[in-house]
Design a protein around this ligand. Structure first.
Ligand code: ARG
Length: 475
């Protein structure tokens, strides 16, 4: 006879290798808290609806609390034979309290149970990810404040383009992370739907109260359709896609950090505590953290692709394929949280070589647009001014000088519109100061962006605290 919990119709026990292949306990045990909280709510509801006795409910709840302690004390013996976290806990409960334990699974299937646990687990982890996003955003605001006036070249095509400030550059990443934060809020909303009560797929013959369970577990919504409730993995796909986009942002930041650290750019110096050396080359100081974050982006995107492919073509309702939802999202959760946390440290420890950044602007031509704009402001059509400025750049390159080195006579040979104020007009500080359009790089605009960033941070913090307070704790 089979010793499996579903062994009634079987005459043989499961092959050992098959057992191991299909078991998920190795990874789904991290949902133990959600499984226990869900079972306590379910048992409480069953008693309230007169489906089990109050005495049985009390035994179940006390037994589950003991199991929670056992697990947290590291004393719980997880068994592969019991397949997953749900059956491991239920079996232990029945061992501990006897027959009442066998009543817990009334009006429930593992299909709605696993859906419930995963919703609660991902919901909780969304809040944890948001906390790390906030921390990195805070670090970016601090650095942007510190370096608000530091001039550097902005790039297009990785070619020096126009002068900007480092504060402006860092705030671009702040803005990207704000969209990530908002995307995770959307993910939270899609996790915040209660699937329990769907049964295996069709609902149940027992007079359950799904709204009661919904309230106990602090869910905003309830699945209206039992088939959808057990089949839906959209919230996992959404988490993975929000995580992928976030990682792509961190990967771009990493790529820039790596470039800035090179001897070629030499714009920033990372903290020694955040870098590693080479086993052979004594001079090396490598930006491994940035490289790893850039590398780990591939694996998070991979989890998204894996899950999209797993769900594609799956018929309703539960299919064992769906068990594949867990390892990817668990790994994505760990990777995203870790990457955000280390990046906040990298930003906080980063030192900027202001003079090198400034030199990259003064000893180059990123003020050429400003030269053209100067002529436009004196009445020349922009297209013509563009050509004059281009000619000036060409002449400078021939002579091995920069625009700042040209004499007024040289300028006036190109156009009589040039006056003595041209030197001032193309100084890097002027180039920055004059880009005062909304969202631009001027000191005044960056100050406004910093202020907006502080306000956004405060409202994100509020939103985070509100959802953090909603998480279920078994006491
Ligand atoms: N371990 C399973 C999973 O993660 C639980 C649901 C199993 N249900 C079933 N009918 N086999 O998806």
């Amino acid at each position: 006879m089979s010793k499996a919990m579903w062994g009634g119709r079987f005459t043989k026990s499961t092959d050992e290798m098959i057992n191991e292949f299909q078991a998920s306990i190795g990874f789904d045990k991290r949902m133990y808290h959600e499984d226990i909280a869900g079972s306590i709510a379910h048992a409480t509801m069953l008693a309230k609806c007169g489906i089990i006795s109050a005495a049985d409910k009390d035994k179940i709840v006390a037994g589950l609390r003991d199991i929670l302690q056992e697990i947290e004390a590291g004393k719980f013996d997880f068994s592969v034979d019991l397949e997953d976290i749900h059956m491991n806990i239920e079996k232990r409960l029945t061992e501990a309290i006897g027959e009442a334990g066998g009543r817990l699974h009334t009006a429930r299937s593992r299909n709605d149970q696993v859906a419930l646990d995963t919703h609660m687990y991902v919901r909780k982890e969304v809040v944890a990810v948001q906390k790390e996003i906030l921390n990195l955003q805070q670090a970016l605001v601090e650095a942007a404040t510190k370096y608000a006036d530091v001039i550097m070249p902005g790039y297009t095509h990785l070619q020096r383009a126009q002068p900007i400030t480092f504060g402006h550059h860092l705030l671009a990443y702040f803005c990207m992370l704000s969209r990530d934060f908002a995307r995770f809020q959307g993910v939270y909303e899609r996790c915040d739907i209660m699937p329990l009560g769907a049964g295996a797929l069709a609902g149940t013959t027992f007079p359950i109260d799904r709204q009661f369970v919904q309230q106990q577990l602090h869910f905003e919504h309830i699945y209206n359709n039992s088939l959808d409730a057990v089949s839906d993995r959209d919230y996992i796909l959404e988490f993975l896609s929000a995580a992928s986009i976030l990682m792509v942002h961190l990967s771009r930041l990493s790529e820039e950090t790596i470039l800035w650290c090179t001897r070629e750019f030499h714009f920033v110096e990372l903290d020694d505590a955040h870098c590693t050396g080479s086993s052979m080359m004594p001079q090396k100081k490598n930006p491994d953290v940035s490289e790893l974050v850039r590398g780990k982006t591939g694996r998070v995107v991979g989890h998204l692709m894996a899950m999209l492919t797993t769900v594609k073509g799956l018929p309703l309702a539960y299919n064992k394929d769906l068990q594949e939802d867990k390892e990817g999202i668990f790994d994505a959760i760990d990777t995203v949280k870790f990457s955000l946390a280390v990046y906040a440290q990298i930003i906080r420890g980063m030192k900027v070589r202001e003079e090198v950044m400034k030199r990259a602007v003064t000893e180059d031509f990123s003020n050429a647009t400003d030269l053209a704009d100067y002529l436009v402001k004196k009445g020349m059509p922009f297209r013509e001014a563009h050509a004059v400025s281009g000619q000036a750049v060409h002449d400078c390159i021939e002579k091995g000088i920069y625009l700042k080195d040209m004499s007024l006579e040289d300028f006036q040979k190109l156009s009589p519109l040039f006056g003595p104020d041209i030197k001032e007009a193309i100084a890097p500080e002027t180039c920055v100061k004059n880009r005062n359009s909304f969202g631009g790089t001027s000191y005044a605009q960056v100050a406004l962006q910093l202020q907006a960033a502080q306000e956004l941070l405060a409202s994100e913090q509020k939103a985070h605290d509100a959802v953090a307070a909603k998480q279920v704790q078994v006491d």
